[in-house]
Ligand binder design. Structure first.
Ligand code: GDP
Length: 312
């Protein structure tokens, strides 16, 4: 039986990936922060781990004990950074931790395969759209810098013969998305309005365009990347852009509400306009590995709304 280790297993993608791998017959182990065990419900209790990625000894012990064939490194800090201390913490937790895991994996398990969950944040403010694997990597946030550096790190290890690759993930959502992202914020607030528990929705840039895909489809792409004959970086995206306004209107209409009756534009939430929309071109993975997203934008919105309604 193949064994897989997922870091950040308690998050949205960890949930979908662990279910996918289990359905394919893998023995799935999940690693996350202490206290996150409850959110790893799709992983058997005996296979939930909480070693810190910054604790080299614990990490090596874990790798030796589990001996995974495939490592999916999803763990990352992604909150908005407002101080130098926070920046330092993100550099440590994203870059240093990734290096520790990658180097220990190659040393202890040289024939393992390693997939790093990268981000479209590495493209910063692109000068063209859509972005593909050949687009310039020019992050504009410290978080983006860590994702870019880790992506380069995968490239360095790959050149040295280790099977390491980066999935450059564009925004991917689901009912498991946390409320800090605009999609889930809209869904949860709209339902609260419908139920008389909220009287407004405050949003920022309504014209901002995002390429929103379904997390369940994106984890399938990561799995395929580790089944390929060669390690290669891939952009994972739908190729379709929608505005925040489109998303919000769809949600409100589904709930029988008129968005304009409840919307307040909050200047504090408005971000600088983006000259070229962040939309991904995933033709390389379609060509090489036959992957393409299955769920439509409309169905994604539906999944989020229905699930939030049923969890009330
Ligand atoms: P990310 O910025 O792509 O990582 O994802 P978000 O879900 O945080 O934001 C997606 C887009 O929604 C961005 O262009 C934001 O400027 C826009 N947006 C508009 N209003 C809001 C809001 O109230 N919260 C957030 N998070 N984003 C908002």
């Amino acid at each position: 039986m193949a064994r897989a280790l997922i870091t950040g297993a308690a998050g949205q993608d960890g949930y979908f990936l662990s279910r996918l791998l289990k359905s394919k017959g893998y023995e799935v182990h999940g690693l996350d922060r202490p206290g996150a065990e409850d959110r790893m419900e799709s992983i058997e209790p005996a296979r939930r781990w909480n070693a810190s990625l910054l604790d080299d000894g614990a990490l090596r012990e874990l790798l030796s004990q589990v001996s995974p064939d495939e490592i999916y490194h999803l763990a990352a800090f992604s909150f908005v950074l407002t101080s130098a201390d926070q920046e330092k913490s993100v550099l440590k937790n994203n870059l240093e931790a990734t290096h520790s895991l990658l180097s220990a994996s190659r040393e202890l398990l040289p024939s393992s395969r390693f997939c790093f969950a990268g981000s479209a944040e590495v493209f910063g403010n692109p000068d063209h759209s859509p972005q593909s694997e050949s687009s310039a990597i020019r992050p504009v946030t410290v978080y983006g810098v860590t994702k870019a550096a880790c992506q380069h790190l995968m490239g360095v290890y790959r050149q040295q013969g280790y099977f390491a690759c980066t999935a450059t993930l564009f925004n991917h959502e689901s009912s498991r998305r946390s409320g800090q992202f605009v999609t889930q914020k809209i869904v949860k607030t709209a339902i609260a309005i419908q139920q008389g528990k909220a009287s407004e929705i405050r949003l920022g840039s309504m014209d901002a365009v995002r390429d929103w895909g379904y997390a369940g489809d994106y984890v399938e792409a990561m799995w395929r990347m580790l089944q390929g004959s060669e390690p290669r970086d891939y952009v994972i995206a739908t190729g379709h852009g929608h505005t925040v306004q489109d998303f919000a209107e769809l949600v409100f209409t589904k709930l029988g509400l008129n968005l304009q009756d409840w919307l307040i534009i909050d200047p504090e939430l408005v971000r600088p306009p983006e000259a070229f929309p962040r939309i991904g071109d995933a033709s390389r993975i379609k060509e090489d590995l036959g992957w393409q997203p299955v769920m439509s934008f409309e169905d994604l919105v539906d999944e989020m709304v229905q699930s939030a309604l049923h969890s009330q």
